[in-house]
Design a protein around this ligand. Structure first.
Ligand SMILES: Nc1ncnc2c1ncn2[C@@H]1O[C@H](COP(=O)(O)OP(=O)(O)OP(=O)(O)O)[C@@H](O)[C@H]1O
Ligand SMILES: [Mg+2]
Length: 273
């Protein structure tokens, strides 16, 4: 973890963000600033709005209300060239979404050529450099189906990096992976963090959050409940909701016991087994 100079301009800024799907208000007023080079991990229970928040930050979802700025440009300004701004934002999903009929290199060169209009040689050069960065130079001509999930995810990261983004958004990048493949992907993310990439990472990897994040944001029910250093939010949470979430995450068996107990206290049907 590196100290960030105070007053560095926010690279990502979210102001009063609301998002509803029909009657379902999923984000209920989010305010968040992420400085240049800062790494922020977003944690929280399923359905709390983590993915929706991330998707609003690159306008894959249209906010119902509020503003989003990236690198000082307002994405929510109706006159903004959204395609131009999106090029500055790399996104990595749980599912790698590689084209199965294209080689690794072709997966990396296609968006560069289509979106950035790079020539063949330049795109191939950038692809090779980014494959090297994620430790997969030798897989340049392989097809995705011949790679492990962890390797495919590293290709997806290299693909995003090949577009030269200013910020990277990750939505549970290791959740679909077998446990033994998680470490290699986290190592690549750690490298990016050390290089000074601005990163917003939705993850359940608490060790990663503790070691790499500058800040941890805990979301529940469409609001930010807690925002602080990893030591504070994970190590010494101020709110009961954060404590409950973390205890469930760290010891799911314990949380079940807690829940059964509170069910009975609450007068629910006693379990008959
Ligand atoms: N496109 C959509 N249309 C309708 N409802 C949606 C849509 N996307 C998300 N939602 C709803 O918004 C709420 C928050 O979803 P979101 O995916 O942001 O949660 P999450 O915190 O990422 O959860 P998880 O940990 O399971 O990924 C959920 O109730 C979900 O059903
Ligand atoms: Mg999600």
């Amino acid at each position: 973890m590196s100290e960030k100079s105070p007053g560095a301009r926010p690279e990502i800024q979210v102001k009063g963000l609301h998002k509803s799907f029909g009657d379902n208000e999923v984000l209920k007023g989010i305010d968040l600033e992420i400085g240049q080079g800062e790494v922020v991990c977003v944690i929280g229970p399923s359905g709390s709005g983590k993915s929706t928040l991330l998707r609003c930050v690159n306008l894959l979802e249209d906010p119902t209300k509020g503003q989003v700025f990236v690198g000082g440009t307002e994405l929510t300004d109706p006159d903004v060239d959204i395609d131009a701004v999106r090029r500055r934002i790399g996104m990595v999903f749980q599912q790698f979404n590689l084209f199965p009929h294209l080689t690794v290199t072709e997966n990396l060169t296609l968006p560069q050529r289509r979106v950035l209009r790079r020539g063949k040689a330049q795109a191939a050069g950038v692809a090779a450099e980014n494959l090297r960065r994620v430790g997969l130079a030798e897989k340049a001509d392989a097809y995705p189906s011949s790679l492990s999930g962890g390797q495919q995810q590293r290709v997806a990261i290299a693909r995003a990096l090949s577009m030269g983004p200013e910020v990277m958004l990750f939505d549970e990048p290791t959740s679909a992976l077998d446990p033994e493949l998680v470490g290699d992907v986290l190592a690549v993310m750690r490298m990016l963090a050390n290089e000074g990439m601005t990163m917003m990472v939705v993850t359940h990897e608490m060790t990663f959050a503790r070691e790499v994040a500058d800040r941890v944001v805990f979301m529940d029910g469409g609001v930010i409940v807690e925002d602080g250093t990893p030591e504070q939010v994970i190590g010494n949470p101020r709110h009961e909701r954060t404590r409950h979430f973390l205890s469930r995450l760290l010891d799911p068996a314990m949380a079940d016991v807690e829940e059964e107990t509170s069910d009975q206290v609450g007068g629910g049907e006693p379990k008959s087994d």
